[in-house]
Design a protein around this ligand. Structure first.
Ligand code: NDP
Ligand code: 2IT
Length: 442
């Protein structure tokens, strides 16, 4: 058995019942074979065994009371995966589907994504199976405070810096920051994605979606093309989807779909984002309401956004939302480029199908790294006790995405195949972390 196969088998045995984590590990290990097996230094230092085993996995009980006075219990998680190149960094997800497998897949991906940004941040992820949908403002606040009461023991501005993810936005970060400050008597940049009046960075809200479109534009340009004039299908209607749609529109694309977990909208003339923002960011409503307000748009509850003919597809909702059938439909409809805004939104079969059909495909680790990159810029600003302007921060984001594209493309050319950005991102991300781990001897 080769080194990679040995480690894959051992990880599988040790982590039975964690399908998403295994999916993420298999993808990384399969693609880094050309480097991990070309030099005995990796096996000698057990680098693959070490990088697939979190430094620490924290699970805790989160008690809170609902509006009827009943006590409710959820489970909280923080997986501190790897801090070879900086403090643990990664989001918190509040969604009923959250379990250890999901948090570990996200934390594992985060190691390589954060490495690709070129900034000094390690990998971690956390969250809870708490469902924020339908909860009152008071219930959300109490849950966030209770969650932070335990989490605060494990994090710190130089230790582990969480941020948002699904179900965790500016409101939740605010409540958690307030509770941390109260418990620790410390005003420090322990969370990113904070409000602009208390240490947040301009562009953090937009960063993941903007960064996604910047790198998709880089990828199209390298193929002599661009987003201008393209029809764009987007899934999701949360933070990433909204700002991907905004930037794609600003660059001359036409965004025709968005979705949530109940259904999706098709707007053949292009989506009006002011209306989406009002529904989602202000009223916390459902995407269905868009079609109630815009008569030319349709709302559908069967099928998926991927059945609409498009040139560019940006999955921005959740893991494994785009499967082989969806990939086949997109390929049949002549999709040119796919950029993953969500983490691991395409199944392994779907990724293989896109690559076999020569569709330009930018994987999540590279494509959605803009969010965590601006989080790292927020950490820098907090340390300096300064705030940078929107233009300056957006300029840095653009530069970082450009750098990620270049590193990814070069690693693909050097170790895999021209245009194989999946291998390129995994290899470029891995090399830096592996070197740091070997140098530090732990
Ligand atoms: P939000 O909570 O703001 O939005 C999530 C969107 O995806 C909503 O429209 C939601 O619909 C939909 N969605 C979530 N889960 C499911 C599901 N199981 N089935 C169908 N639809 C679903 O989250 P974000 O926009 O922040 O995150 C979206 C993706 O981007 C995630 O994969 C996240 O990990 C990734 N990401 C986020 C970053 C960030 O900075 N926020 C950075 C990098 C990656 P509904 O409202 O019905 O639940
Ligand atoms: O998946 C991700 O990169 C995020 N949810 C953002 C993490 C962060 O620390 O900003």
């Amino acid at each position: 058995m080769t080194y990679v196969e040995e480690v894959k088998a051992a990880v599988k045995k040790r982590n039975a019942g964690q399908p998403e984590f295994m999916q993420a590990v298999d993808e990384v290990l399969n693609t880094i074979k050309p480097v991990a097996e070309s030099d005995p230094v990796y096996k000698h230092n057990a680098v693959l065994e070490r990088v697939t085993e979190p430094d620490r996995q924290i699970m805790f009980r989160v008690p809170w009371t609902d509006d009827n006075g009943n006590m409710r219990i959820n489970r909280g998680y923080r997986v501190q995966f790897n801090n070879a190149i900086g403090p643990y960094k990664g989001g918190l997800r509040f969604h009923p589907s959250v379990d250890l497998s999901i948090i570990k897949f996200l934390g594992f991906e985060q190691i390589f994504k954060n490495s690709l940004t070129g900034l000094p941040i390690g990998g971690g992820k956390g969250g809870s199976d708490f469902d924020p949908k339908g909860k009152s403002e008071r219930e959300i606040r109490e849950f966030c405070q209770s969650f932070m009461t335990e989490l605060s023991r494990h994090i710190g501005a130089d230790t582990d810096v969480p941020a948002g993810d699904i179900g965790v936005g500016g409101r939740e970060i605010g409540y958690m920051f307030g509770q941390y400050k109260r418990l620790k008597n410390l005003y420090e940049g322990v969370l990113t994605g904070k409000g602009l009046t208390y240490g947040g960075s301009l562009v953090r809200t937009e960063a993941t979606g903007f960064g996604l479109v910047y790198i998709v534009e880089n990828m199209l340009e390298a193929a002599g093309d661009g987003i201008k004039g393209k029809t764009v299908a987007i899934s999701g209607s949360g933070n990433v989807a909204i700002y991907a749609a905004q930037k794609a529109t600003e660059l001359g694309g036409k965004v025709v779909t968005m979705s949530d977990s109940n259904g999706w909208i098709y707007a053949p003339d292009g989506i009006d984002l002011d209306i989406v923002k009002d529904i989602k960011e202000v009223k916390r409503g459902r995407i269905r309401e868009y079609a109630e307000r815009v008569s030319s748009a349709e709302y559908r509850t069967s099928g998926k956004v991927w059945q609409v003919k498009c040139d560019v597809a940006l999955p921005c909702a959740t893991q494994n939302e785009l499967d082989l059938n969806d990939a086949k439909t997109l390929i049949k409809n002549k999709v040119k480029a796919v950029g993953e805004g969500a983490n691991m939104p395409s199944t392994t079969d779907a990724v293989n199908a896109f690559q076999a059909a020569n569709v330009l495909f930018m994987p999540a680790k590279a494509a959605n790294a803009g969010g965590v990159a601006v989080s790292a810029l927020e950490m820098s600003q907090n340390s300096q006790r300064l705030s940078w302007s929107f233009e300056e921060t957006d300029g840095k984001l653009k530069q970082i995405m450009n750098g990620i594209f270049t590193k990814t493309a070069e690693a693909a050319d050097m170790y895999a195949k021209h245009g194989d950005y999946v291998s390129g991102a995994n290899i470029a991300g891995f090399l830096k972390v592996a070197q740091a781990m070997i140098s530090q001897g732990v």
